[in-house]
Design a protein around this ligand. Sequence first.
Ligand SMILES: O=P(O)(O)OC[C@H]1O[C@H](O[C@H]2O[C@H](CO)[C@@H](O)[C@H](O)[C@H]2O)[C@H](O)[C@@H](O)[C@@H]1O
Length: 260
Amino acid sequence: MNTQTDLTPRLPEGRWALFLDIDGTLLEHAAHPDSVSVSEELLFLLQTIERRLDGALAFITGRSIADVDRLFEPLKLRIAGLYGLEHRLTPDGQIEAADAPADMAALADEIELELASKAVYVERKGPVLAIHTRAAPHLLARATELVEAALARLPEGYRVIAGNAGVELMPLEAAKGAAIRRFMQFDPFTGRRAVFLGDDTSDENGFDTVNAAGGISIRVKPQGETAAHFAIADVAGAIAWLKANFGNAAEQATSDSLVA
Ligand SMILES: O=P(O)(O)OC[C@H]1O[C@H](O[C@H]2O[C@H](CO)[C@@H](O)[C@H](O)[C@H]2O)[C@H](O)[C@@H](O)[C@@H]1O
């Protein structure tokens, strides 16, 4: 782990495969998961990058694929959702979902009963449960206690991981590194050099994977230790870096082509 990361340089020409986290990397954090919005400019940039990389672009996110499709509509990209429990290997392909080891609904009900009236949002994502305390930071410790206690009632193979202003409970196989490795086994990713941009604890595992494969790991807004080799200060910086490295054609095209 590094505490000191280098500012991210311009990439040399090469055959790159680009993996992008969403919240905190492409989108500024908002008070509620449903309050984020995606600009036309970002949609257009992503579409341009996807074309320039011959499709070697994928979202690697903790959100569900259905949620991301709704947010980025009409754009559909290759994507690993729920930290890799879901995959869509081609933009129009089927969503493959791992078997859910347990249904979290009862746990979610209980946690909601204690915390939801106090401005805590319990996000139900099937096999993953996210407790958001952004609006009530003083309840993060209690939310963490509750999900840790819930571990004992689940089958083996679950873990608790810090979210951004919250905490998430998920199966062990939900890991961004494994999701990136899966994409790298298939065209158009195979044989390319991976680049991964992320901003959270859950992205660290993705940085390890990309580093081990000789790729480029970039942490947006790093705070403290990170496995990422490079840093970008904020979301605006990440977008500017993506534009500079992969988006040059954007200026020449028209945004009308997005929905085509
Ligand atoms: O892996 P990511 O794409 O970064 O997704 C991580 C989680 O993002 C969302 O929650 C976070 O962003 C919200 C909107 O800014 C914010 O309100 C919340 O406090 C953050 O934790 C999403 O709701 C989660 O499902 C994702 O796991």
